[in-house]
Design a protein around this ligand. Structure first.
Ligand SMILES: Cc1cc2nc3c(=O)[nH]c(=O)nc-3n(C[C@H](O)[C@H](O)[C@H](O)COP(=O)(O)O)c2cc1C
Ligand code: SF4
Length: 472
């Protein structure tokens, strides 16, 4: 045991080097960057920068959706790919230079981001000697192995269950097993950002991570994958003194610990100061799973004005019928922009609610793909229109704008969602913590309770890393 009471944290082999099994998880957009990941690696761990629309240094203004020159969405999408590639290359160079050869540098992308394969090829073809691995989740990254193998780089799928890894392995990875660097197990009930909760898992019934990681390890063993191939445990890891059973435990095989929320609060973390300060104000229960991301995945974020407004918008919702029948008796003229002048019928009870909302100023009815109307103010309606016009196709398919890389599979635009690109850019550049999505892990409330942060202390990456190594 070390002096602080945790078993000694031995280096393990990750992406071709012996490093401490401590990982800074990738965080988009522009939340884990070349500097934060490079500094983490310089301490002897694994730093992961996000290559999801990464910033081009000195040209951060180019991330704003209103900075795109073309008015045609497909051309804006092409511009986005170009900028994403340049941003990813820049951050990889910064990470490499900052790490000075220590630790390992990984790059993170989201499989369901727009034109992910083009972005991966564009970046990896230029930086394959500067980074050591690619982590990828939010979707089923079947082709990740093939792409990484082409550039001799290890790949790390992010999964939330053994079941997901089973499918990936059988369909794609078994043929390229030598490039599998490890598997990230991201706890779908605890991790910040998008979460991989499947349909048969209940968001209100969290399952403990250990049996799930054990079943992932036994599945990996059944495929002949060595115990030296690490599982990165992500989600809810705060201090290692709470994870002593996981350290050097031969039953679990090699384990690394991935941190997403704690590294938000360092001096060098690129998030704005307003966001850093907001982390100290979080209380237990303030971080919630929500279903508003236009990716269709659940996600974990702090409950703020932004989430409350989305919830209120969804609450101002009624079913409608196109024809008069026994239940839908009250005629209503939809004046909203996506169904102007259409006559529909509402249930009598709903008619009462609708008249109240209209009187309160929520006078625009927007049609959703679920045969419902949601009621918003004229300003909100105009913002929804503007955001859709500014869409750059940052996702492979977007429930908010209806954009899809494969137009034949375009989802119907749905006003209950929002433009996540705009929102994440807004929080990472302007730092508007009330009116944008503030991703956060469910243990974010611990900043306010942990004596390490007493008096609003913001540590350096070096101090945080040392604190984590100490077990606290
Ligand atoms: C603000 C924020 C943004 C995140 N963005 C991403 C992302 O873009 N891609 C990803 O794979 N994981 C993302 N994550 C998840 C982290 O990489 C990490 O796995 C997770 O936060 C670990 O759990 P923790 O929050 O309990 O530390 C994000 C997490 C946070 C807090
Ligand atoms: S509308 Fe959807 S696809 Fe378009 S930029 Fe926003 S989040 Fe991305």
């Amino acid at each position: 045991m070390s002096s602080m009471g945790i078993p000694k944290l031995n280096p393990i082999m990750i992406s071709g080097a012996e490093v401490l099994p401590l990982v800074e998880g990738g965080k988009g957009i522009a939340i884990s960057d070349g500097l934060s990941s490079g500094l983490w690696a310089a301490e002897g761990g694994v730093g992961t920068f996000s290559a999801v629309n990464a910033h081009i240094p000195g040209q951060e203004n180019l991330s704003a959706l209103d900075s795109y020159s073309s008015k045609i969405r497909i051309k804006r999408h092409a511009e986005m790919i170009e900028r994403a590639i340049l941003g990813g290359i820049s951050q990889a160079k910064i990470a490499y230079e900052t790490a000075c050869g220590r630790g390992r540098i990984h790059m993170n992308v989201m499989w369901e981001m727009g034109s992910v394969e083009a972005v991966l090829h564009g970046i990896l073809s230029k930086v394959k000697n500067l980074i050591h691995g690619v982590t990828c989740g939010a979707g089923m990254p079947f082709r990740l192995a093939e792409i990484c193998a082409k550039y001799n780089i290890k790949y790390y799928p992010i999964v939330s269950s053994a079941r997901a890894f089973n499918i990936l392995w059988r369909r794609a990875y078994s043929r390229l097993s030598e490039w599998l660097g490890g598997v990230v197990y991201e706890d779908p009930w605890l991790a910040g950002g998008h979460n991989g909760l499947s349909n048969n898992e209940d968001e209100n019934t969290p399952e403990p991570p250990e049996p799930r990681v054990r079943s992932l390890r036994s599945l990996m063993r059944s495929f002949g994958i060595s115990d030296l191939v690490p599982i990165f445990v992500a989600g809810g890891v705060w201090r290692l003194s709470e994870w002593t059973d996981w350290i050097a435990n031969p039953d679990l095989g090699a384990i690394a610990f991935q941190f997403g929320t704690r590294p938000l609060l360092t001096v060098e973390s690129p998030i704005p100061l307003t966001w850093k300060k907001a982390l100290f104000t979080l209380k237990r229960g303030d971080i919630v799973l929500n279903r508003f991301s236009p990716t269709g995945f659940p996600s974990s974020a702090a409950r703020n004005t932004f989430l409350r407004q989305l919830q209120a918008r969804s609450d101002r919702q009624v079913l409608y019928a196109k024809m008069l029948d026994e239940q839908y008796t009250e005629p209503f003229h939809v004046e909203g922009p996506n169904a102007r002048g259409q006559k529909v019928f509402l249930a009598a009870d709903d008619g009462v609610k609708v008249r109240r909302w209209i009187a309160e100023g929520y006078s625009v009815a927007l049609v959703t793909p679920s045969h419902t109307l949601v009621f918003v103010t004229p300003d909100e309606s105009a913002r929804i229109d503007d955001d859709r016009i500014q869409c750059v196709g940052c996702l492979s398919a977007c429930n908010f704008s209806g954009w899809s890389q494969e137009p034949q599979h375009s989802p119907a635009p749905d006003p209950r969602y929002f433009c996540i690109q705009k929102s994440l850019q807004m929080i990472s550049t302007v730092g508007d913590v009330e009116n944008a999505l503030m991703f956060c892990g469910h243990q974010g409330y611990r900043f306010a309770e942990d004596p390490f942060y007493a008096g609003g202390r913001i540590p350096s990456v070096r101090e945080l890393f040392a604190q984590i190594c100490s077990g606290e």
